[in-house]
Design a protein around this ligand. Structure first.
Ligand code: ZN
Ligand code: ZN
Ligand code: ZN
Length: 165
């Protein structure tokens, strides 16, 4: 079944119809590569001369997430990012809390252990997301440089998350 078919089936199960704007939003999303915000998507529509009401877009995006066709990535600050999951290989994300960079990764061992944990709990796993939050390589380097500059002062104000010891 294609993405439109899956969305139509989801909508029908919620007593909703596949309207023209819902279909247009789905098609637009499927043509996007990478991670985007709801505002990026609105801009994308405007640039192509296709107006869509922001409220309709936000609601449809939430439906697509619920239907499992779009993945939502919550950021520490700023807007959530979205990406189409249909036809894409499963992957998880690392999110940099400093610069907002999103790094995709796949780890068979994590997936395997997770499935085993669910089996033990007799939990039927339908989907999952891993969002690992921290600092990317570039930001860690910047952080380390900032820390060494502060070292002479004795107090490291740049790492509030560190355990006091
Ligand atoms: Zn995974
Ligand atoms: Zn970063
Ligand atoms: Zn991704």
């Amino acid at each position: 079944m294609d993405a439109a078919g899956r969305f139509a089936r989801y909508l029908a199960s919620h007593r909703l119809k596949m309207t023209r704007s819902r279909r247009a939003i789905l098609e637009e999303i499927l043509s996007i590569r990478g991670h985007f915000t709801a505002d990026d998507l609105l801009d994308h529509f405007r640039r192509r001369g296709r107006e869509v009401a922001p409220a309709t877009l936000y609601r449809t995006l939430a439906r697509l997430v619920e239907a499992g066709l779009v993945h939502r990535i919550d950021m520490a600050k700023g807007q959530a990012r979205y990406e189409p999951m249909f036809g894409r290989h499963h992957h998880d994300h690392m999110i940099c809390l400093r610069c907002g960079k999103i790094i995709e990764f796949e780890n068979r061992e994590i997936e395997r252990i997770q499935a085993a944990v669910c089996r033990r709990k007799k939990f039927r796993l339908l989907e999952h997301t891993h969002q690992l939050r921290g600092h990317c390589a570039g930001c860690s380097r910047t952080g380390a440089a900032a820390r060494s500059a502060f070292a002479s002062g004795g107090i490291d104000v740049r790492s509030p998350g560190r355990n006091p010891s």
